[in-house]
Design a protein around this ligand. Sequence first.
Ligand SMILES: [Zn+2]
Length: 306
Amino acid sequence: MPAKRQLIANPPPWPSGARCAVAFTFDMDADSILHLAHHANANNLVASMSMLQYGPRVAMPRILAFYREMGIKQTFFIPAWCIERYPAAVEAALADGHEIAHHGYLHEHPNEQTREREQYWLKRGIDVIERVTGSRPVGYRAPSYKFSKNTLELLLEEGFKYDASLMGDDIPYRLTNGKSSLLELPSHYALDDWGHYMFSREFDYKMPIKAPNHAMDVFRAEFDAAWRYGGLWISVWHPFVSGRLARFDAIADLMDYMAQKGGVWFAPLCDISAHIERLIASGEWTPRTDEMPQYPGPIPELERGM
Ligand SMILES: [Zn+2]
């Protein structure tokens, strides 16, 4: 290992001297995305429906059992409609102490809505999470990464502590609207299972089918680099995609590899966010800040017809 190379300029100190922080986040979208994309005939797309419902019905118990075996807590982003529709999966996750975070109501896309509609769905999702878990969500991930120009302000109004939708760094950073701020816990498409595995005619997404080890090469390389340079490794999985037998077997092997390597802080995003807030409050570490919105509208340099 090259001793002097430092690819992350200002890595935060992780608890107990850990080399990096690791979060396996599962977005339990189930069939919300089928109703969203094919509202009129979703009930006639039976094979797709079965593929998506594999998530809450088969994959979730498998994932939770493995987390119990590992003795770790993680974060599940769940559209509120899925929380209402699949209570058994959600109750099991809660019983094991995992975090349930906000992921829209029916996986609707924030940046395709008016500010008022986005606010309506955000509040409706908060109400469901509060009713089911007993507390308001502290974390948010925009469905399909479709964070809008209004999302930050709406999250701040609702008191969210962190967002996990953006891709602007290798470590936590701060998003501010000039008045208040929250933490961004970033990830990247390389660490999202969708681009590796997703094959569905209904979603017009047809990645070549391949053995899980090909995908795991990418996830492991990203982890090794985060471990070496003090980064934050947040992966984005979907129970119906990666809770499948061979793929989850490979995830379990990856987690074993990380645990054996050592110096890894496995934590849910709410704990990572709280840790960073403590560092900031004590003055031990300061994140960089992105101000939003960056542009009030289309840039003036490019005139129509240019
Ligand atoms: Zn999703």
